[in-house]
Design a binder for this molecule. Structure first.
Ligand SMILES: NC(=O)c1ccc[n+]([C@@H]2O[C@H](COP(=O)([O-])OP(=O)(O)OC[C@H]3O[C@@H](n4cnc5c(N)ncnc54)[C@H](O)[C@@H]3O)[C@@H](O)[C@H]2O)c1
Length: 434
């Protein structure tokens, strides 16, 4: 396979991992970002995000001269055959994603196209038909007669397992409108040993929104079942196990918990509803998915209320702040919702997370951040486990109990075995389990 020159525009969770993994495959990659401090951090050998295995991969590929970082789009576009757009597509108040970063980057790419053919690939999660807008923008701002194609290659990585997901994806989706674009991306992904699906661009864009919305639906479904279990004394873990063994259903994403969060699911479900509406379809099913997700967080608050009766002046230890384990991403984290609700009710919240403390502190300066789980639990009337970090599974619960004022543990991720925790003297509540 020939080594290609690639540009990655937007060096965030997706861009940095994608660019690094392409470099690992032997390509020469320039990762660009408008955030100068992020690029400076990377140039100095630091990491702007925590993602298992990524730091070593970045270091190795930088040392090999295959991976570099820049704040300038122009030189990266000039030397690259394939340009990936990986910028953020955050939500707007209407639910439609903000595509201004995608548009700005498209204009900048256009201005730097020349005689040689370029393939511009949207990797950011975008509404169906964005590819058409990107193409029109490129035509409008590029010099006449330049040769380029637009393609879609949606990203399906999960934070926490992003490197593995990128190097060995379940499938690679290529949305292409020309044979040339398809062949170029096929050759780029040739060594990934993953099935490749080639579609038109609109379908590729829809695959991404439909996939994330479907996964969110599974999460809300099992959380709704958990609510029923709590009322009738059944055990949601066993219900999920019994369901998941049916191959048509599958086990993945059937874990009752605190609801989905993060940068993707909330905004992607919202965007899919808005996109559908703009096309004349009311996606009420997904509206319900969103409502169940919000209700799940509120159920946690009610559980805490029930145990504390009055939250004012009580101390709550919060274990886990990232929206899931193995990432420091706190965007749309259920833990931050719980923390701000409790603080709003007058509680003192003492929080700990193995990796996300710095980002959580930035997002919520009023949080009291602690050095470990035991410090967070010190003097607590209740400890709430919000993120299932491996470290929490190995907690010394005896020690935790002794530092607490009152041994109440609310396990929002069903990490512990109810009978054994209760045997240690805790009042223990989890999700959908007696
Ligand atoms: N995070 C995930 O797990 C994930 C997974 C799959 C898909 N996605 C999608 O990928 C896209 C990127 O997500 P992310 O999590 O990497 O976002 P992010 O916020 O971590 O990174 C986006 C980066 O783009 C940069 N940027 C914005 N405007 C720019 C410009 N004009 N020029 C250069 N850089 C610019 C920002 O500074 C930022 O570093 C989104 O559409 C997201 O929905 C994310």
């Amino acid at each position: 396979m020939p080594s290609l020159n690639l540009a990655i525009i937007g060096t965030g969770h997706v861009g940095l991992v994608t660019g690094t993994c392409f470099a690992e495959k032997g390509h020469r990659v320039i990762c660009v970002d408008s955030d100068t401090s992020k690029i400076e951090t990377l140039r100095q050998g630091g990491m702007p995000i925590y993602e298992p295995g990524l730091e070593e991969l970045v270091r190795r590929n930088v040392a090999a001269g295959r991976l570099s970082f820049s704040t300038e789009i122009a030189p990266a576009v000039r030397v690259s055959e394939i340009i990936f757009i990986c910028v953020g597509t955050p939500p707007t108040p209407t639910g439609q994603p903000d595509l201004s970063f995608v548009e700005a980057v498209s204009r900048e790419i256009a201005r730097n196209l020349d005689d040689s053919y370029r393939l511009i690939v949207e990797k950011s999660t975008v509404p169906v038909r964005t590819g058409e807008h990107v193409r029109r923008t490129l035509e409008k701002y590029a010099a006449k007669g330049v040769a380029f194609d637009v393609a879609s290659n949606p990203e399906f990585l999960s934070e926490g397992t992003a490197v593995r997901d990128t190097l060995t994806p379940d499938r690679i989706v290529i949305g292409a409108s020309s044979k040339r674009a398809e062949e170029k991306l096929r050759s780029l992904f040739e060594t990934f040993n993953s099935p490749i699906i080639v579609t038109d661009i609109n379908s590729a864009e829809l695959i991404k929104h439909a996939s994330n919305s479907f996964l969110a639906m599974k999460v809300s479904f099992i959380n709704a079942v958990a609510a029923i279990c709590e009322e009738c004394g059944a055990n949601v873990e066993e219900v999920a196990r019994g369901m998941g063994m049916d191959k048509r259903i599958g086990r993945a994403f059937l874990r009752a918990g605190a609801g989905y969060g993060g940068f993707c699911f909330p905004k992607d479900v919202e965007a899919f509803v808005a996109v559908a509406e703009s096309l004349g379809y009311q996606f009420d099913l997904l509206r319900q998915v969103q409502e169940v997700n919000v209700a799940q967080r509120e159920r946690i608050v009610r559980k805490i209320d029930k145990e504390l009766w009055v939250c004012k002046d009580k101390t709550v230890g919060l274990l886990g702040l990232s929206f899931k384990p193995d990432t420091d991403d706190v965007r749309e984290s259920p833990a931050l919702f719980i923390a701000s609700t409790l603080i709003g009710k007058g509680a003192r919240v003492r929080a700990y997370d193995p990796k996300a403390i710095d980002k959580a502190r930035k997002a919520m300066p009023e949080l009291t951040c602690c050095a470990d789980a035991y410090e967070a639990a010190k003097g607590a009337d209740c400890v709430v486990l919000m993120t299932e970090w491996e470290e929490f599974r190995r907690l010394d619960l005896d020690r935790l109990r002794t530092v607490m004022a009152h041994p109440t543990l609310i396990d929002c991720r069903n990490v512990f075995e109810p009978a054994s925790v209760r045997a240690l003297g805790f009042t223990y509540r989890s999700v959908g389990r007696p």
